[in-house]
Design a protein around this ligand. Sequence first.
Ligand SMILES: Nc1ncnc2c1ncn2[C@@H]1O[C@H](COP(=O)(O)OP(=O)(O)O)[C@@H](O)[C@H]1O
Ligand SMILES: [Mg+2]
Length: 338
Amino acid sequence: MVGCFLAFAKSVPLGSFVLPPAQPILQVQDLAISFGRGAYPATRGLDFSLAPGEVVGLVGESGSGKSVTAYGLMGLLPHGAKVDRGVILWKGQDLALTPPKKRRDLCGRHLGLVFQEPLSALNPVYSIGEQVAEIFRYRAGLSRAKAKAKAIELLGQVGLPDPQGAYASFPHRFSGGMRQRVVIAMAIALSPELIIADEPTTALDPTIAAQIIQLIQNLASQRGAAVLFITHNLRLLTGLAQRILVMYHGLIVEELTSFQDLQHPYTQGLWRALPPEPGLREDRRLFPIPGQAPLPGEEIRGCAFAPRCPKAQDLCRLTPPLLRPLGPNRATRCHLSR
Ligand SMILES: Nc1ncnc2c1ncn2[C@@H]1O[C@H](COP(=O)(O)OP(=O)(O)O)[C@@H](O)[C@H]1O
Ligand SMILES: [Mg+2]
């Protein structure tokens, strides 16, 4: 059965892998964010960087800290959350040292966030068009007429069939997929250099989800933007991401450039737990990962995955493993990996 799983894993390539340019636009170093005065750590020391034009996947089970990471990067942490340590550098500039108004302007202009639930990102009492045009009016300083023209053009670019009609419509009249297109339009309105897409397809059916992924991919490649694509579904990243960061309980536990040779037992577990691809007949059983991630604030001595890991030894339970480089853009946080 394991042989069957490995054969399946090896048959699935990631997106065409290109080495990122030397100069990242975003560098995250040892980022730790917690709720309740450090009592509930949501991220426990993240290190990664993003270069222009690359699509990077951030994957992990629910509660692993993906959204908190996204909000932390955007400077939009919810009430009660705070950065305990670490640095976020935007083109070498430390965002923590940037005055709040400047940071809001910088993030609003250069970073675009696509929220998981489009309905909560849209205001029900304003028309779709007003909400998109507002970005052009107040952030780019365009006149009312120009902002409206730009908004209609953008609604067309994200694939809404009747952009003029969409402009005057209200969010509740749109399907989930159409709302998500509007939210993407708002995120890319000012041509951000980094698009953070936080589970943008989770609420959508598979056909619409595939269209939304294609849209994000096209927009990013046309505009040369970097994308941080957040998902709990490893399979979504197939053919999309050039690199994948696997997150578990607030830490990156593996960095991948292909689904071959998965080293961390958690990543192997995520892969083996994937349901078969729709339309493909795969001769394999599903193996859900047993147990659950530690609760927020639960004390952990060694590897946070050890209680669920089929290979765990005493060392794993006692000593936290470090993220060990295995090659270019390849690393794992496991005592037992080669
Ligand atoms: N508003 C909040 N108040 C308290 N804890 C929170 C809040 N939002 C998230 N958390 C906690 O932070 C951790 C990471 O959450 P989150 O980033 O939303 O996970 P993911 O997006 O990976 O599902 C979880 O333990 C969650 O319970
Ligand atoms: Mg989330």
